[in-house]
Write a protein that binds this ligand. Sequence first.
Ligand SMILES: O=C(O)c1cc(=O)[nH]c(=O)n1[C@@H]1O[C@H](COP(=O)(O)O)[C@@H](O)[C@H]1O
Length: 239
Amino acid sequence: MSLTSCDPKVIVALDFDNQNAANELILKLDPNACRLKIGKEMFTYFGPDWVKKVVALGFDVFLDLKFHDIPNTVAKAVKAAASLGVWMVNVHASGGPDMMKAAIKALKETGTNRPLLTAVTVLTSMDQNQLDSVVGNIQISEQVKRLALLTQECGLDGVVCSAQEAIELRKVLNNDFLLVTPGIRPIGSKTGDQVRIATPLSALQSGVNYLVIGRPITQATDPLSSLNDINASICHFAK
Ligand SMILES: O=C(O)c1cc(=O)[nH]c(=O)n1[C@@H]1O[C@H](COP(=O)(O)O)[C@@H](O)[C@H]1O
């Protein structure tokens, strides 16, 4: 039995180097049970036409290319992403306010059916030591909060962060500002390179809107059953 919801919380991260393997999984999935994320690896190998094919199957697609460049370049890049019909696209908040404002302005100009725009705060693979080596003298939670508030001020729709930061962020951000969280690990699954992790249920209980989950589903012996188990564990949150 597949558990479905009209607002699926799980975004399956399709990080495959083989298009047939990805297509095989996609054909088993139901757009009412999950959204899909296409990232740098698959976009670089298989390109925009493949993204359009996945969109045409009825899935909400998060095109995760994490743009980080000068404002003019990023504005044009998000506009190009919108032309593929994707549901969400993202930038790095550390690209700064001018870049984020240019990106949301460019998307708004594409019309009312534009993709959502989110900004990555501090990658979920980073711990305090790694952040210290890039930005000194600030706790991860403070840096995430600073970048999330900046993202909101710039008019974007939400941030990508760790679920570990969600409770504190919900205290300072608008209720409709989206929290999208990778680093989700069901109990018993391998952590891999993720550091700031949470379970699907605890993430949603902390005020997260969407869960980005890759390897715990895509590398499972039975990916569909892994997704169904996750959806069953969070069915209380399905609208
Ligand atoms: O923007 C992202 O999606 C992202 C941001 C972040 O801070 N951490 C992070 O893991 N991601 C992405 O989320 C996915 C997580 O995959 P798994 O670790 O396999 O569940 C990967 O595709 C990452 O590129």
